[in-house]
Design a protein around this ligand. Structure first.
Ligand code: DLL
Length: 434
């Protein structure tokens, strides 16, 4: 598969690290001079940009966390005057004030290139037609993919999320070859196509570029089979840029290459905040080294993963991050056992009688945490035989206990009982917080 930017994506590590250091130093000087928050936080830590003489020195710089962005809402973290900002995006703000991010003309150019690199790594070329089902709007998914597809020279169908039946007709008639969207929405698309009597086997897709939420390897196999395409994982977050921070390559499909000529990645222990070596699992931290409007320094993403520096068969030299298992704030602690929704998903996906639509409900009863897993039955299993269903609930509960060590009550629900998402699925309802 052609690599979009051969020079940078396959650059020898030594040269790459030299570029990283130069760009890091420039970024630190710039944020110190233009963003009061950074000047203050560096001063508090007793460090100046000129103290950073090697990449290893980066750990002397303080972290930035979501609260810092909220405290500077909406534009306090911008490093350029508004007249240079050409685009604004924001997080949905479901857990508080939205996080607002901005882009200069050059930032949009960089982002488009990184998204073009991502689509190419996933198997897309200028001959492809991209059906883009990520939401357009303040969410970065829609426009991020859109500009990248255009930069690649592909034809993009800006269909966005929702209006699902119409999407299926478009897929049949416009013959797109690349599908992009969140895995949970894509699963819903597959379900509706089946209801409409349209088989993905008769459509023209060769690859899917799915992300914006955690999804398990088992979900990947399911999607690849149902949709008759190769499913690639793409990662990103608005604070760092949007989609296209990292992507799997088609050749290995194992770990997501981080575009290290634009971002420096670290893994830290979320408790001690100490950097962890390659291979160890912890919280992902990013520093942007080329952004103009919204540079961000040592941002704690709360995403849990590990880094793999081994050379890749595709030829890219950029480090790979493993699939994100979840966020520190999505991790459930049920009677002392830590569990991520994606781990439950893996267990559920092994049972062919149920559908991969599920929701975890956490309650506190008599001071004890309880976990209920609501999961949908397949249409053909939706029988009235209470006894069979009870047996199945017991079996799934035992599997979860065996694989994850956590006790969960299973509640099989009828097909379609769990609300479908047009973007990111809501996997957890935690009643302990309300
Ligand atoms: O979700 C950007 C994006 C759009 C990525 C389209 C990929 C495709 P936010 O809305 O700011 O940005 O949410 C970022 O989503 O910190 C992760 O917790 C989660 N996330 C994103 N991609 C993945 C992925 C976009 N591939 C937050 N696997 C991040 C697991 C992901 N989690």
């Amino acid at each position: 598969m052609p690599i979009f930017n051969m020079d940078f994506e396959t650059m020898p590590r030594e040269a790459l690290e030299a570029i990283q250091l130069r760009r890091l130093q420039t970024t630190l000087e710039r944020v110190y001079a233009t963003v009061p928050f950074y000047k203050e936080s560096f001063k508090k830590a007793g460090v100046k940009p000129s103290d950073i003489k090697s990449l290893a020195d980066l750990k002397r710089i303080p972290f930035t966390v979501k609260k810092d962005l909220r405290d500077n809402y909406p534009y306090g973290m911008f490093a350029v005057p508004m007249e240079n900002v050409v685009r604004i995006h924001a997080s949905s703000g479901t857990t508080g004030l939205p996080t607002v991010v901005g882009y200069t003309q050059r930032d949009i150019k960089t982002w488009s290139e990184l998204m073009a690199r991502s689509l190419a790594a996933g198997g897309a070329t200028s001959n492809d037609i991209v059906h883009n089902a990520y939401g357009y709007g303040l969410f970065t998914g829609g426009l991020g993919v859109h500009y990248g597809a255009e930069r690649l020279g592909a034809s993009v169908i800006p269909v966005s999320g929702g209006n699902t039946k119409r999407q299926i007709v478009i897929m049949r008639d416009f013959k797109p070859t690349v599908l992009t969207g969140t895995p949970s929405y894509i699963l819903h698309l597959a379900e509706v196509a089946e209801e409409m009597g349209i088989s993905f086997k008769d459509l023209n897709f060769k690859c899917g570029i799915f992300g914006a939420e955690p999804w398990s390897e088992d979900m990947r196999s399911d999607l690849e089979e149902k949709l008759n395409l190769k499913a690639m994982d793409i990662y990103g977050l608005s604070e760092i840029m949007g989609p296209g921070v990292s992507i799997e390559c088609r050749e290995a499909q194992k770990g997501l290459h981080i575009f290290e000529d634009h971002f420096i990645a670290e893994i830290i222990d979320p408790e001690t905040q100490e950097p962890l070596p390659y291979g160890e699992t912890g919280e992902l931290v990013f520093t942007s080294i080329t952004k103009e409007a919204f540079p961000i320094i040592r941002y704690r993403t709360r995403d849990i993963t590990s880094l793999n520096p081994e050379p890749c068969v595709c030829g890219r030299t950029h480090v790979r991050m493993n699939k994100v298992s979840g966020r520190t704030d999505d991790m459930l602690i049920i009677r002392g056992v830590n569990v991520f929704p994606s781990q439950i998903e893996s267990v559920l996906m092994k049972n062919k009688s149920i559908q991969p639509h599920y929701q975890l409900v956490v309650d506190r009863v008599d001071n004890l945490d309880t976990l209920t897993v609501k999961v949908e039955l397949g249409q053909d299993m939706f029988s009235d035989e209470i006894k069979i269903l009870q047996e199945m609930e017991k079996k799934i509960s035992m599997d979860i206990k065996e694989y994850l060590g956590v006790s969960a009550k299973i509640k099989l629900v009828e097909p379609k009982a769990i609300e479908r998402s047009q973007g990111k699925a809501i996997r957890v309802i935690d009643n302990r917080k309300s």
